[in-house]
Design a protein around this ligand. Structure first.
Ligand code: NAD
Length: 441
């Protein structure tokens, strides 16, 4: 099939590359010329495991190309994916200006019947708005389809190539058949393509993200209680997660969720609920708990070292909002670093892949360590914000020899408190009993 993907960010690039890999003829377009230039040279603008070989292979085989001419891509395509960003507007609702700008361009470029698929996360009712915008400019038939994307950054290629399920809202048999053909190669083992009406598909994406965010905030609330009463959230998680009605995923306590999706999607759903007169209390609480949780590590540092952190140096391990991505959008690390700097501390950071993005955002406000151990030199404490694999089994003796004080504030519960105290560390996890080396207790 001839496919155009409009918007070549995390989602558009993975979708375009994935669809070309199953034999479709795909053009990915974006208004960001610099990004398209890099892609044409075979450079991948984001860190996403497995993406580079996928893109290169399909460029070389002539099935995947990149451009900035959205109108031309629309004219050539039978199927058009809209994958542009939907950032939060000032009131928290999803800002649809990019989506509707693309819809207008599609309308002006229609030269026949086409299927238009909204891949961006958009509030219920958006497909109707997109259709009206397109139909202002054309009399050609447009088949609308809502196909929310559930890929996870860091595992995006795998998620797209082997989805748990594909959710598709359609309003015509033609759209249904087209999407069935497109996704057939990706669900050969029987994972479902779930067809539904468009409004239900639009809501499904927000409901899924809001549910996951709710589990995280819920467990962070429980973690805070565990700390107050000397219980251990790791044990509570096991006890709760083995209930098969609940299941074990997304029950880890930590220093708050971030990223390009959960924060903005929770906000946008709160707005949608309010617009339709539905009480959003659950999600308001989810958001409030998360906003607070991002401050816990700095509060803990201040409880340990004093409100004024002038003269103190902290090492921060992990900047991206989660492992295996260089995405810093809404990352907890940014709140932690701001808090430490505001309290007068000096900060040295390390991240396996997000240092470039961090330099752009943080500039000279922090020092950058080329290796995670380098960040520890002379540090009063280590603060762990992102659970990168390489931080999980470090050389503890080397760490101790570099640090001024062997104190770890762990925002992701990478280690066992007793083990850490046995290794000579003072260790504070999230929702766990703090542990000190025997000679200090
Ligand atoms: N990132 C994720 O993990 C993820 C997962 C599922 C769904 N989503 C949703 O997918 C959408 C895209 O997310 P993303 O993370 O890929 O965003 P992104 O910011 O990485 O990419 C969006 C791209 O769209 C381009 N763009 C904006 N206006 C354009 C226009 N008029 N014409 C052509 N290109 C235009 C931008 O230049 C940018 O390259 C959002 O709605 C997001 O909520 C994201």
């Amino acid at each position: 099939m001839r496919v155009a993907v409009i918007g070549t960010g995390y989602v558009g690039l993975v979708v375009g590359a994935g669809l070309s890999d199953s034999g479709n003829d795909v053009t990915c377009v974006d208004i960001d010329e610099a990004k398209i230039d890099r892609l044409r040279r075979g450079e991948i603008p984001i860190y996403e495991p497995g993406l580079e070989p996928l893109v290169k292979r399909n460029i070389e085989d002539g099935r995947l190309r990149f451009g900035t001419d959205v109108a031309a891509a629309v004219r050539d395509a039978e199927v058009i994916f809209i994958a542009v960003g939907t950032p939060p507007g000032e009131d928290g609702s999803a800002d649809l200006k990019h989506v509707l700008a693309v819809a207008a361009t599609i309308g002006r470029s229609m030269n026949g019947e086409k299927v238009v698929i909204t891949k961006s996360t958009v509030p219920v009712g958006t497909a109707t708005l997109v259709r009206s915008e397109i139909e202002k400019h054309t009399t050609h038939r447009v088949h609308m389809c809502s196909n929310p994307e559930f890929l996870k950054e860091g595992a995006a290629v795998d998620d797209f190539m082997r989805p748990d399920r594909v959710v598709v809202g359609v309003d015509s048999e033609h759209a249904r058949k087209t999407v069935e053909r497109l996704y057939g190669p990706f669900v050969r083992t029987g994972n479902p393509v779930i067809f539904m009406d468009i409004a239900s598909a639009e809501i499904t994406k927000y409901a899924a993200n809001a549910m996951l965010a709710t589990r995280i905030s819920f467990m962070n609330m429980i973690a805070n209680l565990c700390e107050r009463v000397g219980a251990d959230v790791a044990l509570v998680r096991k006890g709760v997660g083995t209930d098969e009605r609940i299941g074990p995923a997304f029950l880890f306590a930590g220093c708050g969720y971030g990223g390009s999706c959960f924060p903005k999607d929770v906000k946008a759903l709160i707005r949608t609920l309010a617009e339709h007169g539905v009480d959003a209390g659950i999600l308001e609480a989810v958001e409030a708990v998360n906003d607070r949780q991002k401050h816990v590590l700095v509060e803990r540092a201040q409880a340990r070292f004093g409100q004024d952190l002038t003269g103190r140096r902290f090492a921060v391990w992990g900047l991206s909002f989660k492992p295996e991505t260089d995405d810093l959008r809404e990352a907890a690390s940014l709140v932690v670093i701001d808090g430490l700097l505001d309290a007068g501390a000096a900060v040295t950071v390390h991240d396996p892949v997000a240092m470039g993005a961090a330099r752009t955002m943080l500039g000279q406000r922090v020092a950058y360590a080329p290796h995670n151990y380098d960040a520890l030199e002379g540090a009063d404490a280590l603060i762990i914000v992102t659970e990168w694999g390489q931080y999980r089994t470090p050389d503890f003796d080397r760490m101790k020899s570099l640090m001024k004080e062997p104190v770890i504030l762990d925002g992701r519960n990478l280690f066992e408190p007793e083990h850490m105290s046995g290794m000579g560390f003072e260790y504070h996890g999230m929702g766990r009993r703090s542990a000190r080396p025997p000679h200090l207790t």
